[in-house]
Design a protein around this ligand. Structure first.
Ligand code: PBG
Length: 313
């Protein structure tokens, strides 16, 4: 193969991530031509309704997958945290790139941390996971929906619609907006979405040539960690519509995983931790999920699925 075509969404973050993968592929395979195929997805176009109402986050992937099936693109680049726990049949993730900053960011023009917000302050985030953790720390806050791409969200903050918002550090850093990070919300006190900060490449399962080219970008330690986080989320029936957080890290061969399930409504939450060998990340994920369920996580998951709220993690 002489040319590899990457299907990509058109948001600035998606384009940055696709350009980054393209550069890495060119470096790994001298002589390979890599091009981008920018596409609109229904998830990007429908901004006025909740994602859950129109079919969930999978919508961002669907159009890119159809392009691969039609032979218009060879692979697609995603933020792994936006990729459904069960990949669509016939597709594979041949590369998970080395994780960037996994943490969430507290962003505000007037305040430098959650604890310093005035009583009843307005905080924007549509993520149930972020809402649940905010509620737990500050039951008095007014939590308001906030959708759109990173620049749109910052624009609404700057326009005064919120006193603060929460975004992923990785997205801000990729767009050169590091200066907007007032505080990193760090583990173990605040947990990110499963696989936050990791970029994945998707292609057709039967496209061996593309799989081999992309595999050069795979980062084994990151894959181990995100497999534990995603296995935990999967066995909790997690999607982006439930308030589930997870962070795994490797210490040599030793894998550790922190998990959290919360209630966006009242800030109740359960936490669990597990440790195991790095060669069995999925077992560790399932074990931590089990511990969370034993502490009553099922109630929070059922409640959030019934409410149909939440999105955008
Ligand atoms: N939900 C949108 C999304 N998907 C991935 C990122 C950030 C980049 C990453 O986590 O790799 C973001 C923005 C955000 O949550 O602030």
């Amino acid at each position: 193969m002489k040319t590899l075509r990457i299907a990509t969404r058109k948001s600035p973050l998606a384009l940055w991530q696709s350009e980054h993968v393209a550069d890495r592929l060119r470096a790994a395979h001298p002589g390979l031509t890599v091009t981008l195929v920018p596409m609109s997805t229904r998830g990007d176009e429908v901004l006025d309704r909740s994602l859950a109402a129109i079919g969930g986050k999978g919508l961002f992937l669907k159009e890119l997958e159809l392009a691969m099936q039609r032979g218009e693109a060879d692979c697609a680049v995603h933020s792994l945290k936006d990729v459904p726990m069960e990949l669509d049949a016939g597709f594979a993730l041949p590369a998970v790139l080395e994780r960037a900053d996994y943490a969430d960011a507290f962003v505000s023009n007037d305040h430098d941390g959650i604890e310093n917000l005035p009583p009843g302050a307005r905080v924007g985030t549509s993520s149930l996971r972020r809402q649940a953790q905010l509620r737990a720390l500050r039951p008095d806050l007014q939590l308001l929906d906030l959708r759109g791409n990173v620049n749109t969200r910052l624009g609404k903050l700057d326009a005064g619609e919120y006193d603060a918002i929460v975004l992923a550090c990785a997205g801000l850093q990729r767009l050169g907006l590091d200066a907007r990070i007032r505080r990193r919300l760090d583990a173990p006190h605040w947990l990110p979405a499963p696989a936050q900060g990791a970029i994945a490449v998707e292609c057709r399962e039967d496209d061996v040539a593309t799989r081999e080219l992309c595999a050069a970008l795979d980062h084994a330690a990151t894959r181990t960690c995100v497999e534990a986080e995603r296995a935990m989320n999967r066995s909790l029936h997690g999607s982006c519509h439930v308030p589930v957080a997870a962070y795994a890290w490797l210490d040599g061969e030793h894998l550790r995983l922190d998990g959290l399930v919360g209630s966006a409504g009242d800030g109740r939450r359960v936490r669990a931790h597990g440790e195991g060998r790095g060669d069995a990340p999925q077992c560790l994920g399932i074990e931590v999920a089990q511990k969370l369920l034993e502490q009553g996580a099922g109630e929070f998951i059922a409640a959030s699925l019934l409410s149909g709220a939440g999105e955008d993690d």
